[in-house]
Design a protein around this ligand. Sequence first.
Ligand SMILES: [Zn+2]
Length: 438
Amino acid sequence: MASLLIKGGRVIDPATRTDAALDLLLVDGRVAERRPTGQGKAAVPPGTRVLDASGRWVCPGLVDMHVHLREPGQEHKETIETGTRAAAAGGFTSIACMPNTTPWNDGLSVTEYIVAEARRKGVVRVFPIGCVSKSGEGKELAEIGDMARSGVVAVSDDGRPVGNTYLLRMAMEYTKIFDIPLIDHCEDKDLSAGGVMHEGYVSTLLGLQGMPGAAEEVAVASDLAVAGLTGGRLHLAHLSTRGSLEKVRQAKREGLRVTCEVTPHHLVLTDQAVAESEFDPNTKMNPPLRREEDRRALIEGLRDGTIDAIASDHAPHHMDEKLQEFDEAPFGIIGLETSVPLILDRFVRTGIIQPARFVELMSVNPSGILGIGKGTLAVGADADVTLIDPELERPVDVAQFRSKSRNCPFHGWTLRGWPVATVVGGRLVHELQTAAIR
Ligand SMILES: [Zn+2]
């Protein structure tokens, strides 16, 4: 098997408390050797390809734990092949895919299809997430045991909340047996019904029906109570309000087994974007973009450790679906190819978080929550590596995206700090051609 030497980069591997100039030798899909750059030569096997990483960060492969790949059933939006290509281009070596496909991934047959198709056509590693309930309908439990045995790394009805607290309790008792997390989309549907954006000053101004922050917070509080009751592992997806974070912070203090994620768009945009873009449907997502004070609270959560992971909630939609009237358009935006530059440009470059914390949020922690054994470049670890050029400045151009969809509100933004090479199992699966750009 091929070997690869990544030379002269800044290795940022918080799992081994490393932040140093190291050469990294990858052999047979594993990290074989790490050696300080310039100190002697590694015993490099003949035919080893050399990747010059000078001026670049060498990070454990990034993990996006919240992706909608749309296959099976909605291949006009995305496929496992195109979604994993988008992931590789965005610097991700592992992604977890949500079960709201057609049909939903609520049993063995869909799980096995995704695993097999990812093996055939996937460019990065794909970890399926199974349903909590059959067809995500919140009535009967899905075949959680069967799915866990065939490779799902978590369960969720994402796209919808579990809602029914009795079912949630049963599901958490079950997931405890398999030691997998239950991921919930927190939304009280009675409170949010009919809403298309955050309920507040801007929605009133625009005359659009709102979804109050309380719709999320009620569900967070309810989920935390059930988690406390069962002792199961709860992961809260895409939190968006200050109140939600305060509840999680408190639950963590009390020792509950709870983790949470935020998306780059909730960290970067507010409900003002709906007005400023004059109703661009690419500012419509669920949970909706919130107030500035919520955004600031999320940023504080990045700093103080309340937030465990950053996840894209990559939600591809076909242009014909997305470019309807704001009221009619489906919720969601794609994010695999913009997450890393947004976080680097807005939060790492500005010193709000350190590079090691960035790696924790986008690799170490999501890997740990899902139990997939990634998130480190220790000798012997899987040779999944993301190379980042922290100085590279370029515009977001949806025309260049690998994703099948284009529903992205960041087109035309110039961002500094981009993933430039992605290595999965020791194999270079994506390399950004930057010569023309620099
Ligand atoms: Zn969701």
